[in-house]
Write a protein that binds this ligand. Sequence first.
Ligand SMILES: [Zn+2]
Length: 141
Amino acid sequence: MFIGHYGPALAAPRLVGSVPLWALFVSVQFIDVVWGVLVLAGIEQVRVEPGFTQMSPLDLHHMPYTHSLPGALALSLLAGGLYWLIAARERLAGAALIAAASFSHWLGDLLVHVPDLALWPGGPMAGLGLGTICPPHWRLK
Ligand SMILES: [Zn+2]
């Protein structure tokens, strides 16, 4: 799905022409960039489990801040807010577009991830697992 996240970034410049493509590219990966930082800091966790899915051996078992629904919404608003601070024109429309592009990351992950996306802290996990084979213990009950 990594490359799939760029689809919204490529389509978005038609909506607000002043938003540069580089900003959209950064925004659609913003959640994963923060995830990488939090994994390196030991705050979120991932483990390598060979055969976890056909697509990836990564078991993303603890990512409550970046890939939970409220976390993704908050990070998307942060991305939009950061853009609003640096934008020269069409600030509000551009910030909204950047926030939407950032949140599209979570929607894309929802399609392809096994159920490892918390809908709220301590809540049920979501993920349709399209394009992967989900081990039975990850399937929604
Ligand atoms: Zn992600």
